[in-house]
Design a protein around this ligand. Sequence first.
Ligand code: FO1
Length: 314
Amino acid sequence: MSKRLVVALSGGVGGAKLALGLSLVLPANELLVVANTGDDFEHLGLSISPDIDTLTYALAGIDNPATGWGRRDETWSFMDSIGALGGEDWFRLGDRDLALHVERTRRLRLGQTLSEVTSDICRRLGIGVRVVPMSDDRVRTRVRGDAGWIDFQDYFVRQQCRPVVHELAFDGATLARPQADIMAALRSGDVRAVIICPSNPFISIEPILAMSGMRDAIKVSGAPVVAVSPIIGGQAVKGPTAKMMGELGLEASAAGVAARYGDLLDGYVVDHADAAIGNVGARITIAKTLMTSLHDRETLARVTLDAAEALASR
Ligand code: FO1
């Protein structure tokens, strides 16, 4: 059996962009995307999984192109009304998006797992690629700022990443069981590449890697591990990555991110702006890593897969 499966780790908007690129260059049954669930939270009585939905909407082509999260062609009647009633309207839930959260919450309360719900929603949205939550157990990213520990979405959305980050924690990560299909895939011997998408390493990728057994399973897979830097020329493409790295006392650079992944990386794709990156303990590929068009997403996906191929055949 030739090694056929690509396993991608993704969170946030940047990860979803590359996941879409990979879905355009691979047969659907050869791509499994691991979705971060550390950003999940309960809000308005609903179970909300932002990184799963950002991925799902992008793969279904119904994502909001301006924000990268939520759906396109949205209406906001619910948000307007709940605001007028004095309810919480800081986390923007469009009317169409809201239906997904209500339905997912209903099914979870019936005892379905997050994976089962995600799989059915992907089927209904016509997505052939496997989108798998990193775990069906609860993992929650928390941020320690000057005022103490806060939930991730409170930090990221309600406070717009203003708090200085002194520490991050992934509550539940050491007890959470990595989702069984992911572990089966990694142990199958059929994985030809593990791709770490250009997501924020701390809030999107580390919760996945923090789960017991995940790093080992990736190493045991025998597949080359290739990450795409989420930082270009010292600036995060989107979100608080660079700010957070500075506050955590880390070098806010492509090299700083590689150092964070440590010995996990075999390959590292960085932008032309970071061509002088030097030795980071992984084989460097220089490419255009800013994805603004569909063509960019597809091209970067090919570059990343080619980098993995070159490593596999060394
Ligand atoms: N991000 C924001 O900056 N503001 C929002 O109001 C917001 C709403 C939202 C609703 C659904 C969803 O799936 C994602 C949403 N996000 C919003 C993005 C989300 O907070 C982040 O994408 C991830 O949690 C971090 O990557």
